[in-house]
Design a protein around this ligand. Structure first.
Ligand code: ADP
Ligand code: MG
Length: 479
């Protein structure tokens, strides 16, 4: 049976977070009444001229620097011609032969380890409007508020080999554009959407197979599902003697399948040519240097620092740098919990906290346990005041009721017994009361140790420090 290899490349549209559009002064705010935010330029009325938004270019430069790409000193806007009701000019202003960002790459983390995904390019372009099919009784409406919204289209090389890698890439990219504050990343509102190109080939074949492009996926789950459905479809098709036709397809989440939308057009169908209304975009080295100076510490640098300086595993460091908020939260806990091991903090942020956030469908910026609250708890766990089990209970109380760890420990008498005198007295009494078991233990029956641990925990209502209990008990039983 043929072994198939999957090949995937992604094209992502990230909406740049400028207040006004890419070539006009109209607002980009989401959710306005239809057609209240489209000016003469967005409508392509005669006699108007586009003017590039400096903020959009600056965001493209930030991106280029963050992925180690070349920021082109000279790039060119081109007209991509096609007819569609939501495109009033009859062309989209984009970049074709000379994009503003060239090359670069992103490192992703999967269950197979680390992998580098190369970027081909990133170019600036304007978004189209939106067709509305509801409320028009057999007709369609057009809302042009979105027309002219600035987009950065980020294109990868066909470097990914599984749905898992594609999702890891999409997540890393999503984290990065938010990290460097060029895109709000709101996928429901369409600020970050992916087109996924998928092909399959027999394992070992050097040439790529024919690809299909699945358009406009706006959730990580849909990216994963769409790829899995499409791979299955292509393999079945080929194994049944058919051939894959290059196509643009749509993913239907309700039926969990991809469907043909149209045959794929080639670049020549768009009759690209340089837009005569816009001069070439010149980006000087001084501008690039100023933007570079304003960049925050990037995810890769922070991940490396977490791993090297704090001794975290690559996996933990990657999770903690998935978003800037997560990394900031982690570092704030660390700073407020002096003497607490970074690995313990990482375990809690990636463990109990992450689980609670997931249950509540919250992101870390909206955590119900603040970094100061978690720090207070971890200090008490690290100094032995409470056991790991108690700490989990306290965390749940912090999550649902608020407060601080010390107050909860006092109010509920949760302090662990770490006073060796107190514990010793409890253990001595147990030994005196159970001479038969003591004799068994001393006779070589190791299992009886557990009997005493159980009794001691019961006698202390679970508050004995387990490590200390073990140590004292061994010493006492040894006689
Ligand atoms: P177009 O301009 O027609 O969209 P590109 O050559 O720019 O085509 O490629 C678009 C995307 O498709 C890129 O992300 C690229 O990596 C990916 N891609 C190209 N060939 C293949 C293939 N055979 N299988 C999977 N992905 C591919
Ligand atoms: Mg394309």
């Amino acid at each position: 049976m043929t072994q198939w290899e999957v090949v995937i490349g992604l094209e992502t549209h990230a909406q740049l977070s400028t207040e006004s559009k890419i070539f006009s002064g109209a607002s980009t705010a989401f959710g306005a009444e239809p057609n209240t935010q489209a000016c003469a330029v967005d409508l392509g009325l005669p006699g108007v001229l586009p003017v590039i938004n400096r903020g959009a270019v600056e965001r493209a430069i930030r991106f280029g620097l963050a992925v180690g790409a070349e920021v082109a000193p000279r790039s060119v806007f081109a007209r991509k011609n096609y007819f569609y009701p939501d495109l009033p000019k009859g062309y989209q202003i984009s970049q074709f032969e000379l994009p503003v960002v060239v090359g670069g790459g992103l490192t992703i983390q999967t269950s197979q380890g680390e992998k580098h995904v190369r970027l081909t390019r990133a170019h600036l372009e304007e978004d189209a409007g939106k067709s509305l099919h509801e409320d028009f009784h057999g007709l369609s409406g057009v809302d042009l508020n979105r027309a002219g919204t600035p987009l950065l289209e980020i294109v990868t090389e066909p470097d990914m080999r599984s749905a898992e890698e594609a999702v890891a890439y999409a997540r890393a990219l999503h984290g990065l554009v938010r990290w460097i504050e060029i895109c709000d990343g709101n996928m429901q509102e369409g600020s970050f959407r992916c087109d996924v190109n998928v092909s399959v080939r027999p394992m070992g074949q050097p040439e790529f197979g024919t690809r299909c492009e699945i358009k406009n996926l706006n959730s990580f789950r849909f990216i994963e599902r769409a790829i899995e459905c499409e791979v299955k479809r292509q393999i079945e098709l080929i194994e049944d003697g058919g051939t894959v036709v290059q196509q643009t397809r749509l993913y239907d989440p309700d039926r969990d399948e991809t469907r043909s939308m149209r045959s794929k057009e080639d670049a020549m169908d768009y009759r690209y040519f340089p837009d005569p209304d816009l001069p070439p975009l010149l980006v000087g080295a001084d501008w690039v240097a100023r933007v570079a100076a304003g960049l925050p510490e990037l995810p890769v640098a922070r991940r490396t620092r977490f791993a090297d300086a704090l001794g975290l595993s690559a996996y933990d460091a990657a999770l903690l740098t998935a978003s800037r908020e997560a990394a900031d939260y982690f570092e704030a806990v660390l700073a407020a919990a002096p003497g607490v091991d970074a690995k313990l903090v990482a375990n809690w942020v990636n463990g109990d906290l992450a689980a609670a956030l997931k249950r509540g469908d919250l992101d870390i910026a909206h955590s119900q346990v603040s970094n100061a609250q978690l720090a207070g708890l971890l200090v008490r766990l690290a100094d032995g005041t409470v056991s790991g089990k108690m700490a989990k209970e306290i965390f749940e109380i912090l999550w649902s009721e608020g407060g601080d760890a010390d107050a909860i420990i006092d109010a509920r008498g949760m302090r662990q017994i770490s006073d060796s005198g107190e514990l010793q007295a409890v253990l001595q009494q147990l030994i005196d009361e159970n001479p038969a078991q003591v004799a068994e233990y001393r006779g070589g029956k190791e299992k009886v140790f557990g009997f005493f641990v159980g009794k001691a925990m019961k006698a202390t209502a679970g508050k004995a420090n387990p490590a200390q209990l073990n140590e004292l008990l061994r010493a006492l039983l040894a006689g």
